[in-house]
Write a new protein. Structure first.
Length: 241
C-alpha cells in the first residue's frame, strides 16, 4: 500500500474531509490526521469528543472485495489498531465486538467505518479512528481512558500511526490474497466478547444471551436465553446488568 499522510491542525470531522477526497478520486492509502476535531462523530449518531492529546485519523480504502465481505473492514481495523497498540506500548488492550478498543474495561479507542456505494459496488470506504493516547481523563467522557493515564507516559503519535498502518497493510493484503479466516481467528484471540453474556435491543425490547461465535461475515452469533440463535451484524451490545 502506498500510504500518503496529510496532517491538519483542526478539522470539523475527518470522516467528511476524507469523503470529499474519496469523491474527488484520491487513491486508496490516503490518510488524514488531525490534532483535534470540532465535530468528531462516533457510531450510532454519538459525538466523539476530540480534544488535543488524542490521535485522530481517517484512512481511505477502495477494496475490491465481494460486497458481502465489506463489513469485515470493521474487524480488520480493530485487529490492526489493537495489535499496533500492544506492540508499541506493551499495554494489553482488548476488542469489544465489533470494534471498540477497551483498556481495563474502559473505552480507549473507537472506529467508525462508512462506505460509499456506486451502482452495485463499493466506490470507497472511510475508516475513522480515534485513540485516547496522551489525553487528560478530565477531557474524556466518563467511560473513557487514555494510554497516558494507565502508564504515566507520553507517546509519539507518528510512531504509533506508523505502527497501525503497518498492521493495517498486513491484514489488508492478507485478506485480499488469502481470504478472511486468519483475520477472524485473530479477532477471536484479541476480542473479549465471545463467551460473555450480552444484551442488545432487537427493536422490540431487550434480548439477552451468550455471545458464542463470529460468523464468516463478522456477525456476532448469540445464543439467546429463549433458545433462539441470532446473528447480529451491526449495532451495540452491552453486558446485562
Ligand atoms: C465510536 O466508537 O463511536 C467511533 C468513534 C470514531 C472516532 C473517529 S476520530 C476520526 C474520525 N472522525 C470522526 O468524526 N470520527 C472518527
Amino acid at each position: 500500500m502506498n500510504w500518503t499522510v496529510i496532517y491538519k491542525d483542526q478539522v470539523s470531522s475527518l470522516m467528511d474531509e476524507m469523503k470529499k477526497l474519496g469523491e474527488d478520486g484520491s487513491p486508496e492509502g490516503t490518510v488524514m490526521c488531525a490534532q483535534s476535531q470540532s465535530c468528531g462523530r462516533g457510531r450510532q449518531g454519538r459525538v466523539w469528543s476530540s480534544p488535543e492529546g488524542g490521535l485522530y485519523f481517517a484512512v481511505l480504502l477502495r477494496p475490491q472485495w465481494d460486497m458481502s465481505r465489506i463489513s469485515l473492514v470493521t474487524l480488520l481495523s480493530a485487529v490492526a489498531v489493537c495489535e499496533a497498540i500492544i506492540n508499541y506500548t506493551e499495554i494489553h488492550v482488548t476488542i469489544k465486538w465489533p470494534n471498540d478498543l477497551l483498556l481495563e474495561g474502559r473505552k480507549l479507542a473507537g472506529i467508525l467505518v462508512e462506505s460509499q456505494i456506486k451502482g452495485r459496488a463499493v466506490d470507497f470506504v472511510v475508516v475513522g479512528i480515534g485513540i485516547n493516547v496522551n489525553s487528560d481523563l478530565q477531557d474524556l467522557p466518563e467511560e473513557g481512558v487514555s494510554l497516558r493515564h494507565i502508564s504515566a507516559q507520553q507517546y509519539d503519535f507518528k510512531n504509533l500511526l506508523d505502527s497501525i498502518l503497518e498492521r493495517f497493510e498486513f491484514w489488508y493484503d492478507q485478506c485480499g490474497d488469502l481470504g478472511f479466516q486468519d483475520l477472524i481467528n485473530r479477532w477471536k484471540q484479541l476480542g473479549e466478547t465471545l463467551g460473555q453474556r450480552v444484551q442488545y435491543d432487537d427493536g422490540q425490547g431487550k434480548v439477552a444471551g451468550e455471545a458464542f461465535d463470529l460468523a464468516e461475515d463478522g456477525s456476532l452469533m448469540i445464543r439467546c436465553d429463549d433458545g433462539r440463535i441470532v446473528c447480529k451484524s451491526s449495532g451495540e451490545i452491552k453486558r446485562p446488568v
